[in-house]
Design a protein around this ligand. Sequence first.
Ligand SMILES: [Ca+2]
Ligand SMILES: [Ca+2]
Length: 142
Amino acid sequence: MFFCACTKSPHSPEPEAPEIWQTAVISQIVSNNASLRTDEFDEFDDYIIIWNPQDTIIDLVGWGLSDRIDSVRYIFPGMSSIQPDSTILIWCDGQPEQGANHAGFGISADGEWIGLTDSEGSFVDSLTLPSLPPDSIFRRNF
Ligand SMILES: [Ca+2]
Ligand SMILES: [Ca+2]
């Protein structure tokens, strides 16, 4: 509608870029995968998708994921990186023997805390996942 265009002032200052945009972020989490997608072993396992919102490659060597605030439970394999505006998927199936993209922890469908750490072990992103019904995708809104 016409009057809607008037509500946005052309003189509004640009919002300060949040800290989250200066790093890779947790983009999507599935904690109750019944039929969405399978891993390389045809298993409907849970997963986390990490997104690089920047216009430069992010080197993930030494980065990690965890479901505990006091320890890093998954370390990205060597040579890991994310291209600009691209994503990578980590299976959270508690089956690290299935490959380097499989974390040794699972995600509770009842909800739990999930964090992403940088190469220095500092949490750069985290969230508390709510309880999710089967096949729902928890998407972050940035
Ligand atoms: Ca699996
Ligand atoms: Ca867990």
